[in-house]
Design a protein around this ligand. Structure first.
Ligand SMILES: Cc1cc2nc3c(=O)[nH]c(=O)nc-3n(C[C@H](O)[C@H](O)[C@H](O)COP(=O)(O)O)c2cc1C
Length: 417
């Protein structure tokens, strides 16, 4: 049985919040269309107690890297913002340029064809922690009702993690996302994916985090692992309220066939990076589906799921929600289309909801999940279906086969026109 932990409310002197299944565990709360007062499909969600006007959240990365851009995200109507990942000592974070490379749909790379893949070798925030924390404070002062989530990452050191959590929480953020998933640069310091890919390490570090944090914790998972449910299970068992997935997929964007050097090329050399954007969406769907099933089967009291990967349309988001996601994060999509993208995402998601007469996100969250099964089961189902179709085509074999309930159908099965 899970032990009960007390998590004090970070931003108030009110009595500590009891960290019980059901307090922040309950992933989503339904808010009906009538409650919102409008006949429009209601996009609002409440996840781990965090109320958002819509499920669209800025994913950690360049779109959440400083006060100006995060303010812009709130002004444009994003449901929440996850800031760029911070650590205690930004002085150790040294970026290079160029650090992005893009893949276009056209095999010859015509600049007129759409971008489908994006690689980055960008590290976490290189801005001083104090600066970032002051900006979080300022944003929470100006937008007290909007959700700001701090993304954090530290070295393998309990005291460092505890200090980082304490300082980030003091800035007034509503929740923490733990970056267990950065695929480049940071693993060399036993950070990011180095933790997310090592279940023993993850269990220990997750334990440190969850004993300290007083706000909801989302653990962000790497897809660069054989079975994403293994670290997800450990993070949830260690007390994380939710899982966020996926971070980028390890990639080499290409080789310049003139220079024979890999891309993005920095002083003639490169290093594998993280792949994002439209091309990763099907992979992200599969990982999110696996995590959603894990939550449903093993954490029935409810945990939250924040889906990430290649979202550029409301339909992309609908797919994630149909698999069980509570919120949907967008990073590269914002880098390509700007902050105004959220308006299109909301309109398209509402169009989808109208088409099915869904009035709230909860009306369809997880609706497609039961339709995943094993290949063996598919074979069995198909055998059965063929048998039934044949039986209908052939009609009744004998007068003894007539039934009362199926009489009309049985009659029709033997009519030729
Ligand atoms: C340039 C860039 C920088 C990123 N930096 C971070 C980061 O600091 N922390 C983090 O957790 N994820 C980071 N990510 C990963 C994204 O948050 C997201 O998980 C991933 O890109 C997939 O989503 P997308 O296809 O919407 O971009 C970064 C992604 C990009 C493209």
């Amino acid at each position: 049985m899970e032990s009960l932990t007390l998590r004090a409310s970070p931003s108030s002197t009110a009595s500590p919040l009891l960290r019980l299944p059901g307090r922040r565990r309950a992933a989503s709360v339904r808010v009906s269309a009538s409650a919102s007062g409008a006949g429009e499909p209601d996009l609002s969600v409440t996840v781990n107690g965090l109320k958002m006007p819509n499920p669209f959240v800025i994913g950690s990365g360049p779109p959440g890297t400083n006060y100006t851009v995060m303010k812009r995200a709130f002004d444009e109507g994003w449901g929440g913002v996850i800031a760029k990942t911070v650590s205690l000592d930004a002085g150790k974070v040294i970026n290079v340029t160029p650090r992005y490379a893009r893949l276009r749909a056209d095999p010859n790379g015509s600049t007129k064809s759409p971008i489908i893949g994006w690689q980055n070798i960008e590290l976490i925030s290189d801005r001083p922690l104090e600066t970032m924390l002051n900006e979080f404070k300022q944003l929470k002062k100006e937008y007290p009702d909007r959700i700001l989530i701090g993304s954090i990452m530290e070295e393998y050191n309990k005291a460092a993690w505890h200090e980082l959590i304490e300082r980030v929480e003091e800035s007034g953020v509503d929740a923490l996302e733990i970056n267990f998933s950065c695929p480049h640069g940071m693993p060399e310091r036993k950070m990011g994916a180095a933790v997310g890919q090592d279940c023993a390490l993850l269990e220990e570090v997750s334990g440190w985090i969850n004993e300290k944090a007083t706000v909801p914790v989302w653990s962000k998972m790497t897809p660069n692992i054989t079975d994403i449910t293994e670290p997800s299970r450990i993070a949830l068992k260690s007390g994380s309220e939710g899982i966020a997935a996926i971070n980028t997929i390890m990639s080499v964007m290409g080789i310049d066939l003139k220079t024979l050097r890999p891309e993005p090329c920095v002083e003639g050399y490169s290093t594998p990076g993280g792949y994002s954007a439209r091309a990763v969406h099907p992979i992200a769907l599969a990982k999110v589906m696996q995590i959603a099933r894990l939550i449903k089967e093993e954490f029935p009291e409810g945990r939250s799921l924040s889906a990430i990967g290649g979202v550029e349309t409301g339909n992309d988001a609908a797919e994630f929600i149909l698999l069980g996601a509570d919120t949907v994060q967008v990073c590269t999509g914002v880098m390509m289309h700007g902050y105004g993208l959220v308006k299109k995402l909301c309109t398209e998601l509402q169009d989808f909801m109208r088409m099915h007469d869904f009035s709230s996100i909860e009306d369809f969250r997880g609706a497609s999940l039961p339709y995943f099964t094993t290949h063996t089961d598919l074979v069995q189902r198909q055998k059965e279906a063929i048998k039934q179709r044949k039986a209908i085509r052939m009609g009744l074999q004998s007068d003894k086969d007539w039934t009362g309930d199926g009489f009309v159908k049985e009659t029709e099965s033997m009519v030729s026109n």
